[in-house]
Ligand binder design. Structure first.
Ligand SMILES: Nc1nc2c(c(=O)[nH]1)N[C@H]1C(S)=C(S)[C@@H](COP(=O)(O)OP(=O)(O)OC[C@H]3O[C@@H](n4cnc5c(=O)[nH]c(N)nc54)[C@H](O)[C@@H]3O)O[C@H]1N2
Ligand SMILES: Nc1nc2c(c(=O)[nH]1)N[C@H]1C(S)=C(S)[C@@H](COP(=O)(O)OP(=O)(O)OC[C@H]3O[C@@H](n4cnc5c(=O)[nH]c(N)nc54)[C@H](O)[C@@H]3O)O[C@H]1N2
Ligand code: SF4
Ligand SMILES: [Mo]
Length: 694
């Protein structure tokens, strides 16, 4: 791909979503001039989407942070690195000595590398002395991680994207790949055109429904009933794999008993899906020789999200559709490295590879490697951090690459928490809603400016290589974190991220065979044995639970945390659009802004007519906890009674509308079911969305 027009080409991995496209970034005189897909990228096979292809546009935005900023009075001023580091060390040391190490908490960025996240977790555990470390998996797929570990053993997809190509049937539940994982979305379209039968399950008629054989439209928050209904029909009609159930699973009898209550008619009552469609979907899945289940936030970001993932595992277990080509469970993990940040132990209760902080042998191993005593107490999850800050127990936070004031639920509570802190450090590439509350802002490097590894949604570690240097006085995240640690008295002893990768491999049996050389151009899927053999497919012969069996879970349907009533008549679902990415700091600084310049409220024509709302009107949206304004987009792709919006623009502050309801096992917010009142605001003057921090 290199051409004489460019002075250099770096082959790297996209830093937006969990697909993990391999990219060729062409630079000339210190600027990236174009990005092309790597033809041999295992996840993208020569494709990219518009976010990866135009990522270079944000790298040279005038808004990039290029020097440290320090709070002085109400404002921030430019400072030297020495001054910024000195302020961080003196404040963290003071707070630790006055209130103890647990008064300090950190967040690792799932946008950053494994090595950055591992260093961040080590900074909190070894340099500060607390397990108060978490990452955005909390608000995303933590329910997936919890459920997969319970049902099957390991926290990761059971197969690879290639299983999509081999599947006779693919069931997509609560996931919208043509927007969220476009290169996988394209792969699914191609598979469908070749004959793979798609069943889509989503309250909205997502684009892939047009390529499928059946679309089911459940009421938001009723996935458990859908899954139980599918299992009911599969069991009733003998579509089970009795040998698999007998040899490789436990707990089936209790499930059979539970399923009695979930006849297609009972499920129709709860979900609104016609009974005949439940029957059809169960037969399409159950009769296929190979079938995969893909899911996303429409499953996890609910009050019982983790239980629904367990119920989906039941469906795969009772039909033996696991551990063989085309039969995989594929959670489409969100951020480029959210699989990795969690694998690296940037979680309040686990070291690398999900080994408990309370496990004596594991903790002792890290104590020996790091030369310091380590806490056996679980740390705070993100929502617990905010509660503790408001309660005056948490005094300082070090937030690395996460815009919690825009993306976490219940914005008013998050802001109160940030304002309650005595000291806040943000390590960022742009100012955002969260940095408004910072005492020190450290200018860091974007993915095109650093080295290390990301782990994609199919558990694949892939290399990240710099195409350019960080701008101005910005430094790499790795250099910043290791320096702060050294200045706090804990020397990590690494020269480069590759030294950190060696340590990760040495201290984690599941990653034993990882090394820079072995990763090569195509990466390795964990577990990676000491000899470098990797694992595209899990559970071919046994599950990784303590007894080696797949565990059924007998869990009934329970109603979601919020429901419409006379005052709040519509159910709002939130999610994403293709052109923008999460808090939008990066995509709003590319020409993607010309394509989509605001968050829209999608509303069905019947509701719009009833409420006197026309396409393009500005509307007020009020929930039980907050209120905001949006522009209406009238579309039949959404069911009557539901509305949908995204959260990419700080002007909208979508998360003012989200309350505290969360997954019962993991505290993942219930972003997907919010009762709202929508009204026209045509008498108000129009407002133009702008970058708040521009
Ligand atoms: N363009 C773009 N791509 C992204 C991102 C982005 O912001 N922009 N973010 C990345 C991140 S962090 C993540 S986690 C992934 C997320 O990717 P997805 O998981 O695909 O995310 P969402 O669009 O939030 O939700 C998926 C679907 O769930 C549906 N849904 C909501 N409630 C229910 C329900 O009760 N039942 C069912 N069956 N479906 C329901 C919604 O209608 C929506 O279509 O995308 C990643 N990729
Ligand atoms: N209403 C609603 N809210 C949601 C969701 C939803 O579906 N609905 N989805 C939730 C989900 S799934 C997620 S994952 C969260 C995501 O929420 P966030 O993690 O807050 O979202 P990002 O935009 O990915 O933000 C990461 C921050 O990291 C910065 N950054 C990017 N790369 C780097 C880097 O290499 N180094 C450093 N130091 N900084 C960097 C960016 O500028 C940005 O400010 O949002 C959640 N919020
Ligand atoms: S599909 Fe995801 S990984 Fe691939 S280019 Fe787009 S954002 Fe990047
Ligand atoms: Mo996410």
């Amino acid at each position: 791909m290199t051409s004489e027009r460019f002075t250099s080409t770096a082959t790297t991995t996209c830093g937006y979503c969990g697909v993990g496209c391999r990219l060729e970034a062409h630079a000339d005189h210190g600027r990236i001039v174009s990005i092309a897909p790597a033809l041999d990228g295992p996840a993208n096979e020569g494709h990219t989407c518009l976010k990866g292809r135009f990522a270079h546009q944000f790298t040279r935005s005038r808004d990039r942070l290029t020097s440290p900023l320090i709070r002085e009075g109400k404002g921030l001023r430019v400072a030297s690195w020495e001054e910024a580091y000195a302020r961080i060390v003196s404040e963290l040391t003071r707070i630790k000595s006055q209130h103890g190490p647990d008064a300090i908490a950190g967040l690792a960025s799932s946008r950053a590398t494994n090595e950055d996240c591992y260093a961040m977790a080590r900074l909190m555990r070894a340099a500060i002395g607390t397990n108060n470390i978490d990452n955005c998996s909390r608000v995303c797929h933590s329910p997936t991680s919890f459920a997969l570990r319970k049902s099957l053993g390991l926290s990761g997809a059971t197969g690879s994207f290639t299983d999509i190509d081999h599947a006779e049937v693919a069931v997509l539940i609560g996931v919208n790949p043509t927007q969220g994982h476009p290169v996988v979305g394209a792969r699914i379209k191609q598979a469908a055109l070749r004959g793979t039968k798609l069943v889509t399950i989503d309250p909205r008629r997502i684009e892939l429904a047009d390529y499928g054989v059946l679309h089911l439209s459940p009421r938001p928050g009723t996935n458990a009933a859908v899954a139980l209904g599918l299992c009911h029909v599969v069991q009733r009609d003998g579509l089970t794999d009795e040998q698999f159930i007998a040899q490789r699973t436990s707990g089936y009898e209790a499930v059979v008993e539970l399923l009695e209550a979930y006849s297609p008619h009972a499920v129709q009552e709860i979900t609104g899906i016609p009974a005949a469609d439940i029957e059809r979907a169960a037969h399409i899945y159950g009769e296929a020789a190979s079938a995969s289940i893909l899911w996303g936030l429409g499953v996890t970001e609910h009050k019982y999200g983790s239980e629904v993932v367990q119920l989906l595992c039941n469906l795969a277990l009772m039909t033996g559709k696991l551990g063989k080509p085309g039969s995989a469970m594929l959670p489409l993990r969100g951020q480029n490295n959210v699989q990795g940040s969690s694998d690296m132990g940037a979680l309040p209760d686990t070291y690398t590879a999900y080994r408990s902080v309370a496990d004596e042998a594991v903790a002792a191993q890290f104590e020996q490697a790091w030369g310091v005593p380590l806490s056996r107490q679980k740390g705070y999850t993100i929502p617990q951090m905010f509660d503790a800050a408001v309660a005056g127990k948490l005094k300082a936070m070090y937030i690395f690459g996460e815009d919690v004031a825009q993306s976490d639920p219940d914005t008013a509570h998050v802001v109160e928490a940030l304002e309650s802190l005595e000291f806040l450090v943000c390590q960022e590439i742009f100012e955002n809603e969260t940095t408004r509350y910072a005492d020190v802002i450290l200018p860091a490097s974007a993915f095109l400016e650093k080295s290390g590894t990301f782990t994609n949604a199919e558990r694949r570690f892939q290399r990240v290589e710099p195409a350019i240097d960080p701008p101005g006085g910005a430094r790499t995240d790795f250099e910043i974190i290791t320096t702060v640690s050294r200045m706090l008295g804990h020397e990590m002893g690494w020269q480069t991220p590759w030294d950190a990768l060696d340590e990760i491999a040495r201290l984690t049996p599941q990653y034993a065979g990882l090394s820079y050389e072995r990763l090569g151009r195509h990466g390795l899927q964990w577990p990676v044995a000491a000899d470098g053999t990797d694992s595209p497919t899990l559970y071919e012969t046994r599950f990784e639970t303590a007894d080696g069996l797949g565990h059924f879970a007998a869990l009934p349907y329970k109603a979601p945390g919020d429901a419409p009533d006379n005052e709040f008549q519509l159910v709002m679902v939130t999610g994403r659009v293709l052109q923008h990415y999460n808090a939008g700091t990066m995509t709003r600084r590319t020409h993607n802004l010309d394509l989509v310049d605001r968050d829209w409220l999608e509303i069905h024509p019947d509701d719009a007519a009833r409420l006197w709302i026309s396409d393009g009107d500005r509307v007020s949206v009020r929930s039980r906890v907050g209120q905001t304004q949006l522009y209406a987009r009238v579309t039949p792709r959404i069911e009557p009674g539901h509305v949908f919006t995204s959260f990419h623009f700080p002007e909208t502050r979508t998360n003012l509308l989200i309350g505290q309801s969360a997954d019962v096992n993991t505290a993942c917010p219930e972003y997907k079911v919010v009762a709202v009142d929508v009204r026209p605001m045509s008498e108000q003057p129009a407002f133009t969305p702008q970058l708040v921090s521009a």
